[in-house]
Write a protein that binds this ligand. Sequence first.
Ligand SMILES: [Zn+2]
Length: 117
Amino acid sequence: MKTYTGGCHCKSVRYEADIEELKDVISCNCSLCSKRGWLLTFVSTSSFRLLSGKDSLTTYHFNKNLIDHLFCKTCGTASYGIGKDPAGNEMVAINVRCLDDVDLSALTVSEFNGKDI
Ligand SMILES: [Zn+2]
């Protein structure tokens, strides 16, 4: 496990997350992800700590409203979201592009067919 830090562009929102070696990430083709260009990894809520910016976050919902698509009210950056895994456990979807010091070119990107869900 490695602890990564990340957050939004204006630095209001800052978090840290314990992630098992980050090498595979997900690119989703749903209507929102394709516009936002997220690269995603998922952690349990117990592996995620919001350090600052709770009051800077606002939420966007669409489709079945199952996922809290959080973004910063000031800079608009969507650095993470909260949803549920297939078993119903709360999960944090982290936008890997918003993590500090990650070499994106070293990651393997898997496509996820979110547009058909
Ligand atoms: Zn911000």
